[in-house]
Design a protein around this ligand. Structure first.
Ligand code: ADP
Ligand code: MG
Length: 375
């Protein structure tokens, strides 16, 4: 099916109404589009910014069809939606992203196999569907190793680090409950990510390489530009990936750099990413702007300019007291609060971006603030 470019006042349907959906909706509305959102959470962040909200489970086919009937184009904010149902939607509605990328990437095993076939450097891994395979993974990969559920993980959920035989009991319990993939646990020098947007005309535009620090497997901060000279190498890997996987819209490749400087692709998110939130203030187009341009069928800008270096700090539930205490005297903080009603210590409640000429100093200032919050 071919579709015309979206016209002002037409409607974008978003499956998923979390913070990514909210920021997508805000970009879409800036450009004059209407937004309809489907989410199972009656109080999800996006419903307060959508023109229309469908409160339904992600796998409620009738509700998905309602979204389709209300929308001129459908996109999604996260990858764990039912790929088969998305496929059904693509037959009747305009879903430019299709369902192939998501099908491949919501399964850690098919994702890693596809990356390997594309000639991309990945962390040595082993499929662990059973406890017998767990023993084999340990003997081939050795300790320490990271066990990850094959499906459904995010923010480190469904992951277990095995350092020795002492962790075997917990590992066996995880494998018994859910099929897993084991991978070597690397000694990391840095983590970086590269965000790109693919247009429906074959154009691909890159954001600058981002440097990410995770704490307890949740993104803690992002610094742009990354303080490593790996942009060319990372882009090369992304080019190999785009030869193998057809993307439309914004997608993100997460990389590990080990202590010897080797670059590995960790995983791919077929959507905008937490590490790209700085682009709202620090770039001439945000990762959400380019996503909306792409799904709406428009041309993309030929390149993205970083207007100023930036430090982005995630705001978890445990950071909000500190924020409320300090925000009134820090107008230079570009604060985003997503509007989630329940404040849990490790839940992503918002983020803030600081534009700076001295990322090292700003990073130090933020570290003392965030690390001092519990004191
Ligand atoms: P999620 O889907 O939760 O983002 P990831 O596979 O990206 O899962 O893992 C989350 C974080 O955990 C990574 O960004 C990294 O900090 C850490 N991690 C995951 N796998 C490894 C590994 N094999 N070696 C070292 N650190 C890892
Ligand atoms: Mg990740």
């Amino acid at each position: 099916m071919t579709y015309d470019k979206l016209k002002i006042g037409q409607t974008i349907g978003i499956i998923g109404g979390g913070q990514l959906g909210k920021m997508m909706a805000q970009s879409a509305q800036k450009m004059g589009y209407r937004v309809v959102v489907l989410d199972p959470d009656a109080e999800c962040p996006c419903q307060y910014v959508a023109h229309e909200f469908i409160h339904a489970a992600y796998d409620d086919m009738a509700a998905l069809e309602r979204l389709g009937n209300l929308s001129d184009v459908i996109t999604y904010e996260f990858e764990n939606i039912d790929a088969q149902q998305l496929k059904t939607l693509t037959a009747s509605y305009n879903v430019p992203q299709g369902n192939q990328a998501i099908t491949l990437l919501q399964d850690r095993l098919t994702e890693k196999n596809a990356l390997q076939q594309a000639g991309v450097h990945v962390v040595p891994f082993h499929h662990v569907p059973t406890i017998e395979q767990l023993d084999e993974a340990i003997s081939t990969l050795g300790y320490p190793l990271m066990l990850k559920t094959r499906f459904g993980g995010y923010d480190g959920k469904g992951q277990l680090l095995l350092r020795s035989d002492q962790d075997l009991e917990a590992a066996r319990a995880l494998v018994t409950a859910q099929e897993c993939v084991a991978e070597q646990f690397l000694s990391l020098e840095r983590e970086v990510s590269l965000i790109a947007t693919a247009g429906q005309n074959g154009q691909i535009v890159y954001f600058p390489l981002q440097e990410n620090e995770h704490r307890d497997q949740i993104l803690f901060k992002t610094i742009v530009p990354a303080r490593v000279d790996q942009t060319a190498a990372a882009r090369k890997e992304v080019e190999k990936i785009t030869q193998a996987i057809h993307f439309i819209g914004t997608f993100t490749v997460e990389f590990f750099i080990d202590t010897t400087g080797k670059l590995y692709v960790n995983e791919i998110a077929p959507r905008p990413h937490n590490s790209g939130h700085y682009s709202i203030e620090a770039c001439d187009y945000s990762q959400f702007d380019t996503h909306i341009l792409a799904v709406a069928g428009h041309d993309l800008p030929s390149n993205i300019t970083l207007l100023k270096p930036a430090v982005m700090m995630n705001l978890l539930g445990k950071d909000l007291d500190m924020l409320e205490d300090q925000f009134d005297t820090h107008p230079e903080w570009h604060v985003h609060i997503y509007g989630k009603t329940s404040r849990k210590p490790a839940r992503k409640m918002g983020h803030m971006t600081l534009l700076t000429d001295d990322v090292n100093q700003t990073e130090q200032d933020m570290l003392s603030l965030f690390e001092g919050r519990d004191a």
